[in-house]
Design a protein around this ligand. Structure first.
Ligand code: COA
Length: 368
């Protein structure tokens, strides 16, 4: 019989009591390799543990499925059959939760996923979460036809015969959006990026000035960055996903940065200042998560309302790619996800050389 256990937040990732954590990481790494066919999303137990420390803005619960006879401290990484995560924001979106369930391929169709799912939903509902979100990942977007399911947005398709898709459909979930995964092979010819940067800078004109930082926002930009992160929380198209604005202030930005420092992540941000008002009106961030060095994650990109249409999106991304080339010449690719209906962002990425590399389904389940 399978037993579902919560992964404790231990002092270290190496002590005996961290056996469940090490098993969680091993199982989730196996599934992400199975889905994407690469080690690009490999996680490390110490990095994951650093992100699990209690924080005022989010409660994260991680679960593992193991044989009921095995005591926690005797669990070897291979004994973990599957795992689940429940992410519950504590400040805004307090009736919302993200739920992820994964089972090692060799242990599927034996009820492990259902046991993890039932416990994850029980925890979320006990915490008052009535809108749940989940994702399914797919190595390729299928052609239109009977083998494809289209999101309620009308954009983007995922394969109907995927195990995760069947699992969520059988449980009443709705496919609200499809996000395209895109990958940019590095290095990009320096002259190409510089041409994009120079053209965009010329179009933007003297009213806009580039500002950059690594890892931590300089004090002088802290409140401005918080305002941009708040706008970013609901700026991308959300399709039918019921997600509300998430408020950021200076303390939350610093808390977020502290967590990333503890996890050992590195980030490079390029922002743009509107010179006449002094405000920051856009930013983009690239991030590297240990232990992976080949892959860099393209995180948020935002140009604030009122400043769009000046080629600032291209300016931000081109400058940040130049900074990445200088800081991490050994990085091999950048990957990102964008809603399939996010035409403007996708157009910039395609121009820069990003190519489609799979997709994710964004699912929602609402209960009374
Ligand atoms: C989805 C997933 C968690 C299911 O794990 P599992 O241990 O096989 O789940 P269970 O055995 O409890 O239930 C499987 C149910 O999912 C559906 N399902 C899964 N694979 C299926 C397939 N190949 N064909 C038909 N139905 C399938 C069915 O409803 C099935 O129930 P059944 O076996 O009684 O017919 C697993 O396939 C997985 O890890 N996929 C990748 C991650 C993912 O997409 N997660 C879902 C989003 S959170």
């Amino acid at each position: 019989m399978v037993s579902i256990r919560e992964v404790p937040v231990t002092a270290t990732a190496t002590e005996p009591a961290a056996a469940l954590l090490r098993g969680y990481v091993a199982a989730s790494n196996e599934v992400s390799r199975d889905v994407w066919g690469t080690d690009d999303y490999e996680r490390d137990a110490a990095e994951m543990l650093a992100g699990m420390r209690p924080r005022p803005y989010e409660r994260v619960v991680r679960l593992v499925a193991v044989d009921h006879r095995t005591p926690d401290e005797d669990v070897r990484p291979d004994d973990v059959l599957g795992c689940a995560v429940v992410v519950m924001p504590l400040q805004d979106n307090t009736a919302w939760a993200y739920v992820g369930v994964t089972v090692r391929p060799a242990h599927r169709r034996h009820g492990v996923g259902t046991a993890l799912y039932d416990e994850a939903l029980r925890l979320a509902r006990a915490d008052g979460r009535s809108t749940l979100m989940a994702e399914t990942d797919h190595r390729a977007e299928p052609a239109p036809g009977p083998g494809a399911r289209t999101a309620t947005t009308g954009s983007g398709r995922i394969p109907v015969d995927d195990a995760g898709v069947r699992f969520l459909v059988a449980r009443g979930w709705t496919l609200e959006q499809v996000a395209r995964r895109s990958v940019l092979a590095l290095p990009v010819a320096a002259g190409t990026v510089e041409r994009f940067r120079a053209d965009a800078a010329r179009a933007a004109g003297a009213d806009y000035r580039v500002v950059t930082w690594d890892d931590r926002v300089p004090d002088e930009w802290l409140d401005e960055a918080a305002a941009l992160y708040t706008e970013m929380s609901v700026a991308p198209p959300l399709g039918g996903l019921d997600y509300e604005q998430d408020l950021w202030d200076a303390a939350r930005v610093r808390d977020h940065e502290d967590t990333h420092r503890d996890r050992g992540t590195r980030s490079w941000t390029t922002a743009v200042q509107h010179v006449p008002t002094g405000r920051l009106v856009g930013y983009t961030t690239l991030q590297q998560i240990p232990p992976v060095r080949d892959l860099v994650h393209q995180e948020d990109t935002l140009v604030a309302q009122g400043h769009r249409g000046h080629r600032l999106g291209m300016l931000l991304k081109a400058v940040n790619l130049q900074r990445l080339a200088a800081a991490r010449p050994d990085a091999r690719r950048v990957a990102t996800w964008n809603a399939e209906e996010n035409d403007h962002m996708l157009a910039i990425n395609v121009a820069l050389g990003f190519r489609p590399a799979g997709c994710s389904g964004e699912w929602q389940l609402t209960s009374g």
